[in-house]
Design a protein around this ligand. Structure first.
Ligand SMILES: *Cc1c(COP(=O)(O)O)cnc(C)c1O
Length: 472
């Protein structure tokens, strides 16, 4: 917001513009000042006057200028982190913030935000406490591990583990597991940042026990297994199970680390998802350290969990890097409440949004589509055809990369042939007060309704829809 007007010579045709002061004194000006403060409001009024001058508006009233300033201020004060309707069909969408928290976790986080909390304070003795004590018992109970610690996210968990156990030493990993999960998380690069020398063993599709055995030497810090989170190698393949890698590592006297990625605390078969090793199974198989995320299948806030052998977790906690990666009170509160829900796994589909979304049946979702389709069709008008399409939802966040769940979508097809009509429709849906995010397939905008929480909210939001301006 500039204020160069004082130095520019006022052209004759702009003489009828009101002064900044006059607009500030007007009722709307006063209201804006009250809401946004004097400086910001005066700047916005100056900008509106400059714009009117540039447009050579001969007359712009106080009302015109204050309306322009008001619109600009409202836009500038809209939160950048807007909530959206995730109708992409990806339940744990990394770009849309992954897991939505359970109500009890939200309440716990709010309580912690609002109050002083016993974060590192021992209520019994009145002395200093340990923030890791808050979650240790729950994590050990739910995973069967001896000890546990919590950091910022799973990338941090892997970094801290490697830096602590294999700094200046070698980490042995199968070539089939050298993952990139997007962005800056590529296993070879994480290893380099941790000061660990990566030793690749086996081939892309086949790795054998002997590959691990031959690679381990006196400079080995850890043997590592990494969950192949966003791909699957199929065909002529061989992978050494965790229990056998762990046995080899134990025999050779080096710790075995298992990066589970998403990590799940329960068997997902009842949700129609193929079985995947739980954290407890990885611990039982003999992994010395297991790392996993808080905001993937676990359904909590962003966090990284490290569970495993007591002596190794103690080493991790003693690393100065731990201080830089630790979780804050808000997240610890939300994690505690989320983990407690796992004591009653039979209720997870009601208590935890992630499981509620996964548990929704195809029939239930299609029924929602049938209710919504005619109403959405009415709002969008005769230029679009709204039908119900079968589709498949993904779990997302690298949890079970090729696993999908049957679902139903609103399929919105612009009747104008070709061109950018589907993109323009998708854009107009993103411009709604609460942006609606879908996906485009075959010239059709698909809105997968698996993660739609309220049909009424969706329709009320859609009422503000404006037909996209099709360029000529
Ligand atoms: C997702 C994932 C990570 C990173 O976890 P964040 O919680 O996103 O930091 C690391 N390893 C694997 C195998 C993953 O799937």
């Amino acid at each position: 917001m500039g204020s160069a007007e004082s130095k520019t010579k006022i052209p004759a045709d702009a003489r009828r513009l009101p002064s900044v002061d006059k607009v500030l004194q007007s009722p709307v000006g006063q209201a804006l000042r009250e809401r946004y403060g004097h400086t910001v409001t005066a700047d916005a009024i100056r900008d509106a006057l400059n714009a009117a001058r540039l447009e050579r508006a001969a007359i712009a009233t106080v009302a015109d200028i204050s309306a322009t300033a008001s619109a600009a201020l409202e836009l500038a004060h809209k939160p950048r982190l807007t909530s959206v309707f995730n109708l992409t069909g990806t339940v744990l969408h990394t770009n849309l913030g992954r897991a939505q928290l359970a109500d009890c976790a939200i309440d716990a986080a709010i309580e912690a935000m609002r109050n002083a909390v016993a974060l590192e304070f021992d209520i019994d003795s009145g002395g200093r406490g340990e923030r890791d004590n808050i979650l240790r018992d729950l994590l050990c109970e739910l995973t069967g591990a001896e000890d546990a610690t919590v950091v910022n996210n799973n990338a941090s968990a892997v970094l801290l583990t490697l830096n602590t156990l294999a700094f200046g030493r070698k980490a042995i990993v199968s070539r089939g597991e050298l993952i990139e999960i997007g962005g800056a998380f590529r296993m070879p690069e994480i290893m380099a940042s941790a000061g660990t020398q990566l030793v690749e063993v086996g081939t892309t599709n086949r790795t054998h026990k002997s590959d691990y055995l031959n690679a381990i030497d006196s400079e080995t810090g850890v043997v590592m297994k990494v969950h192949t989170s966003n791909y699957r190698i199929e065909g002529f393949t061989a992978e050494v199970p965790t229990s056998e890698v762990a046995a080899i590592a134990r025999e050779m006297g080096v710790p075995m680390v298992d990066d589970l990625g998403s990590g799940t605390l329960i068997d997902l078969a009842p949700y129609g998802v193929a079985p995947e090793a739980t954290v407890r199974q990885a611990v039982d198989a003999g992994a010395d350290v297991v790392t996993f995320s808080g905001d993937k299948l676990l359904g909590g806030p962003q966090a990284g969990f490290i569970v495993g052998r007591k002596d190794l977790i103690a080493q991790l906690n003693a690393n100065p890097m731990k201080r830089a990666l630790r979780a804050d009170k808000i997240r610890i509160a939300a994690i505690e409440a989320t983990l407690r829900l796992y004591r009653k796994t039979e209720c997870l589909a009601e208590t935890l949004p992630t499981y509620r979304f996964l548990a929704r049946s195809e029939d239930e979702i299609r029924a929602a589509a049938q209710r919504l389709a005619p109403l959405v069709g009415e709002t969008l008008g005769s230029e679009y055809r709204v039908t119900i399409a079968d589709c498949r939802s993904q779990i997302g966040s690298g949890a079970m990369p090729v696993e999908t769940l049957p679902s139903a979508a609103l399929a919105i097809k612009p009747l104008t042939e070709g061109g950018r009509a589907p993109e323009l429709l998708a854009e107009s849906l993103r411009q709604l007060p609460k942006p609606v995010i879908g996906r485009i397939a075959r010239q059709t905008v698909l809105l997968d309704l698996r993660c739609l929480k309220s049909e009424a909210d969706f329709l009320a939001n859609l009422a503000a829809w404006r037909s996209p301006q099709v360029p000529k």
